[in-house]
Design a binder for this molecule. Structure first.
Ligand SMILES: Cc1ncc(COP(=O)(O)O)c(C=O)c1O
Length: 240
C-alpha cells in the first residue's frame, strides 16, 4: 500500500467513526468537522489527504505552518487549498506567523496573547483554550478566568471568539476524558447565556484519535485527529 493510500484509508476510517458517533449521540450527520492534524507530516502527506477530500488541517508549530502553507500555496496542481488552523501553544513572538493566516487559532489563553494577535491588524477568529482539569503544566485559561477573557473581546477590532477548546489530561481510557469534555460544554453553555460583542460560542474543539467518540457525545463541533489519519509522528527534533 502506498503512503497516499494509507492516508486515504485512515481518513475513511475516521470519517466512519465520526458518522457513527454523530448517529449514536443523536446529532445531525455532518455536524462535526474533522481537522486533520498534520504536525510533523510532509507537504506530500497533506496533498494526499487533500486528494482524498480532506479540507481542514491543523498545525502545532508556527514556523512549520508558515513553511507548509507557503509550499502548498504555490502548488497550482492542488484540487483546492487547505484551510489551515493553528492548534499549538502560541508565544507572542510567533503570532506574526499565525494571525490573519488561519481560519481559526484554537489556543488563545491570555489577554496578552489576544492583544498580540489584535496588534497584527488582520481579522482573526479564535477559540479560547480552557484548562478544565487545572493541570499545572498545561496551557489554557482557568475556568474561573474565562468570563474576564471573553469580556476582553469587546474591545477588539480584528479578533473574534468563535468558541472554546480543550486538551484533557492524557489517559489510556477515553472514558476518562469525557468529564473534561462535558465540563467544556457546560462552560460554553454558561458563557453563551451572556451576550458579548465579538463573541459567539458556536465551536467546541475537542476530541483526538483516541477519544473522538466521547467528545462527539459531549457536543464537539471540531475533532482534531492526527495519528488515526497519518499514523505515528516522527520524534520531535531539537531544531523545531
Ligand atoms: C492540540 C492537539 N490536538 C490534537 C492532536 C492530535 O492528536 P492524535 O494524534 O492523538 O489524534 C494533537 C497532536 O499533537 C495536538 O497537539
Amino acid at each position: 500500500m502506498t503512503r497516499a493510500q494509507a492516508i486515504a484509508d485512515g481518513l475513511g476510517q475516521v470519517r466512519e467513526r465520526i458518522a457513527a458517533a454523530e448517529c449514536a449521540a443523536g446529532r445531525a450527520p455532518g455536524s462535526v468537522r474533522l481537522l486533520a492534524v498534520s504536525k510533523k507530516m510532509t507537504a506530500d502527506d497533506v496533498r494526499a489527504a487533500l486528494a482524498a477530500g480532506q479540507h481542514m488541517f491543523g498545525e502545532n508549530y508556527a514556523q512549520e505552518l508558515r513553511d507548509k502553507r507557503a509550499a502548498l500555496a504555490q502548488d497550482s496542481t492542488l484540487p483546492t487549498l487547505p484551510e489551515w488552523h493553528y492548534i499549538g501553544p502560541l508565544q507572542s513572538n510567533k503570532v506574526k506567523y499565525v494571525a490573519g493566516q488561519v481560519a481559526l487559532a484554537h489556543t488563545v489563553d491570555s489577554s496578552a496573547l489576544l492583544e498580540a494577535i489584535e496588534a497584527r491588524g488582520a481579522p482573526q477568529a479564535c477559540l479560547v483554550q480552557v484548562n478544565v482539569a487545572g493541570e499545572a503544566q498545561k496551557r489554557g485559561i482557568a475556568p474561573a478566568d474565562l468570563p474576564a477573557l471573553l469580556d476582553r473581546f469587546a474591545t477588539m477590532s480584528y479578533v473574534t471568539c468563535a468558541g472554546l477548546m480543550v486538551i484533557p489530561p492524557f489517559t489510556e481510557n477515553p472514558d476518562d476524558a469525557r468529564p473534561h469534555f462535558a465540563a467544556l460544554r457546560a462552560l460554553r453553555d454558561r458563557e453563551a447565556a451572556t451576550a458579548r460583542p465579538h463573541v459567539e460560542l458556536r465551536e467546541l474543539s475537542m476530541g483526538m484519535s483516541g477519544d473522538l467518540e466521547a467528545a462527539i457525545a459531549e457536543g464537539a463541533t471540531i475533532v482534531r485527529v492526527g495519528t488515526a489519519i497519518f499514523g505515528g509522528r516522527p520524534p520531535r527534533t531539537a531544531a523545531v
